[in-house]
Design a binder for this molecule. Sequence first.
Ligand code: ADP
Length: 215
Amino acid sequence: MLEAREITVRYGRQVALDRVSFVVEPGGVTGLGGPSGCGKSTLARVLSLMLRPAAGSVTVDGRPVRRWRQRAARELRTRIALIYQQPRLAVDPRLTVAEIIAEPLAAAGRPGGDRTGELAAEVGLTRDLLTRRPHEVSDGQLQRACVARALSLEPGYLICDEMTTMLDASTQAHLVAVVNAYRDRTGAGVLAITHDDALMGRWADRVIKFDQLIR
Ligand code: ADP
């Protein structure tokens, strides 16, 4: 279980999260909805250990998080992967698609090689795209690479923050199917953040509206 308890986040004087608690269960798809600006992405960043809250605690399978971002314990950090809405903001534009997919493997000291090709196939990227750079592929292709990168270290929790909002319907359907297949295979827990109610209805087996979290 990935659990956030009584999380408070402030941006300057603005309180973005006020003692919010939230749980992502393994094996299921937890949906989180709510209007733009209510704090969903902020919660996603705390749950993926990318943002240190002003107060509150996060535990990963019962283990408390004591350090955040790059300083977080490696085995906790790699248990959770975050997929953002805008792939262009989530990649280094100098890298090739293959290098983007293999980044976590390289950081873990594992050679990408065959595994990169397998991951690319899993998300529907053809081999000819692997040598291209971000400006030479579409948003949908780049988001496929970001999903492959997120799955590369087999995380126990996958946080999809408006993962398909920018994409066409067929890419959306395919990437949701990829995440679902991954969950079926590994028993990972998925957090699906979307303001698209139709998608939420199809995807999540438990839906939480952000206003339910506010006390
Ligand atoms: P959502 O994902 O639900 O749209 P966010 O978590 O992105 O909401 O934002 C919650 C609130 O915090 C918004 O008012 C937003 O403008 C503000 N906010 C988000 N990120 C920052 C930041 N880095 N600096 C200042 N304010 C921010």
